[in-house]
Design a protein. Structure first.
Lengths: 181, 181
DNA sequence: ACCTGAACACCGTTCAAGT
DNA sequence: ACCTGAACACCGTTCAAGT
């Protein structure tokens, strides 16, 4: 059973971290503990590492993003749905910078399944819709697509749309491009 | 005029840094100074920041890469030249990890002109060759391409070839794809 | 003119001691 | 059962003191 002060501390840490990360993406763990009014030990008791804390904070955002897939697929063509969803994702990565880092696994460090898995699943659904409709090449890989998305986020804001258009053209079936423009 | 010990120190720092980075990409500055047998102050006197040191080290590699453009363009089609050159670049980024970070500018931090400029120039030449031959879309931007290259480097090694194929297809002129496969 | 190395203000993380 | 906060082993960088 959870002590009430423990429950309160957890909430205060989340609130402090959310606000701190909104202002500065690489606020230190000690500073977050300080802002939350707890010792660093308490912070680490709740969130054993920096990455875990960040993923917890952006969990809602990720769930929101995943929740939009159905409606997009119902109201737009597969490629257009993919285009809109990706721009939404990149926008989220841009304003919540650490989210981008969390979703862009470097070559060898494995990613937390809790958010990476569902995001890959969402992308899979979007790509599959396009494959079923015959407008996206059958060998398109969701992980490759997410990886390329990381490049969009790192680029200057005004470059992400043209870069995405280029990627979408590359995803189109040969002789069957020009779907997305 | 340069004192002889100063010249020696500079050489020893470079040698130590080169070896240290080859083993561990994020060796600390203090450790490099220690390996070179100099005080940290001397290290910083020669290379005022971490980034400057890294760029100095990989300058040769960058020059080598740039030097291959002419021959590639002379012996292969523009798209194939671009493909080979990019795989070479990504391979360099992978084995010299910090080089990749140095060439993948995050959204707002400007990059050292000394290496970023020439690399962009090399990509421009490769893209222009394809544009002149009518096999690469006229609006392809070198900076976008370099940015996407960063995603290849961050991906698992066996994914970079298929991802590059996808990008190259996206770069192809509409109705004129399948050039690179 | 150049070097040394102690020092500064941090960092992420741990853990003995408390309540 | 949970919290505190001093402490650890670092980090990049600076600068007074030396030669």
């Amino acid at each position: 059973m959870v002590r009430s002060d423990a429950r309160e501390n957890r909430a205060r840490i989340l609130a402090a971290a959310r606000q701190a990360f909104a202002e500065d993406d690489d606020t230190s763990m000690n500073r977050i503990a300080q802002l939350a009014g707890v010792g660093p030990g308490t912070l680490y008791r709740n969130y054993p590492s920096r990455e875990v804390l960040i993923l917890e904070i952006y969990q809602e955002e990720i769930e929101r993003l995943i929740g939009t897939v159905d409606e997009l697929l119902a109201t737009a063509t597969p490629v257009e749905a993919l285009r809109r969803w990706t721009l939404d994702l990149v926008d989220g990565m841009r304003t919540k910078h650490s989210l981008g880092a969390a979703l862009s696994p470097d070559a060898h460090q494995s990613m937390a399944e809790k958010s990476y898995g569902p995001v890959i699943a969402a992308i899979t659904r979007l790509l599959d819709a396009g494959k079923a409709a015959g407008v996206i090449r059958a060998d398109a890989e969701p992980v490759d697509f997410l990886q390329l998305t990381g490049a969009l986020w790192r680029a200057a804001p005004d470059r992400s749309e043209p870069m995405l258009a280029l990627i979408l053209d590359g995803l189109g079936k040969n002789g069957d491009v020009s779907v997305s423009r």
